[in-house]
Design a protein. Structure first.
Lengths: 115, 109
């Protein structure tokens, strides 16, 4: 079946521009996560949704970062007024039901480069 | 901040050899998971070991967990060139899954 799909695959933004990154999770997966991965580093947690509810957004680095999942399926991560330090790969992952040991299924990420 | 630290940071072996990667974590865990990431791709789940388990096998993978030392190891037996990837351990703590820095494994044909 289809896995987690992220778009765009690559995004180049000029400093100060707003960007929107999309994640289509596996159908029926209740839990959705966003991670940020710098080059050569492990993924860092950004935020977590259960259905449409954003239960944890403590990893968002600043108020320029905003995530939503209005209908409990597709999610969008928005970054306003992008800065060079926002350059990273943004990974989305979904899980059938977080908390009962079900694994995360990751998309291939969106590589954001801020120039 | 990241929790969980893999050791070594990089490992290079010949095809057919075994590869062992270690992970230390800091918090009390519900379970610990290992993931693999090929260059330019997302992470792929390999195996999950619960806090009340000490060892688990899946194909050529063997994972051990020592909760008294807060450490885990991943053994890949009879490695193949296709095993070349970064390997991450991850702790489940509360509502999040946190990852270490990873071990970059290179298997030379």
């Amino acid at each position: 079946g289809a896995g987690v799909s992220q778009s765009p695959r690559y995004k180049v933004a000029k400093r100060g521009q707003d960007v929107a990154l999309r994640c289509d999770p596996i159908s029926g997966h209740v839990s959705l996560f966003w991670y940020q991965q710098a080059l050569g580093q492990g993924p860092e947690f950004l935020t977590y949704f259960q259905n449409e509810a954003q239960l944890d957004k403590s990893g968002l680095p600043s108020d320029r970062f905003f995530a939503e999942r209005p209908e409990g399926s597709v999610s969008t991560l928005k970054i306003q007024r992008t800065q060079q330090e926002d350059s990273a790969v943004y990974l989305c992952a979904s899980s059938l039901m977080w908390g009962v040991g079900s694994p995360l299924h990751f998309g291939n990420g969106t590589r954001l480069t801020v120039t | 901040s990241q929790q969980g630290e893999e050791d070594p940071q990089a490992l290079s072996i010949q095809e057919g050899e075994n590869a062992t990667m270690n992970c230390s974590y800091k918090t009390s865990i519900n379970n610990l998971q290992w993931y693999r990431q090929n260059s330019g791709r997302g992470l792929v789940h390999l195996i999950l070991i619960r806090s009340n388990e000490r060892e688990k096998h899946s194909g050529r993978l063997r994972v051990t967990l020592d909760t008294s030392k807060k450490s885990s190891s991943l053994l890949i037996t009879a490695s193949r060139a296709a095993d070349t990837a970064s390997y991450f351990c991850s702790e489940t703590s509360g509502s999040r899954l946190t990852f270490g820095e990873g071990t970059q494994l290179t298997v030379n044909p």
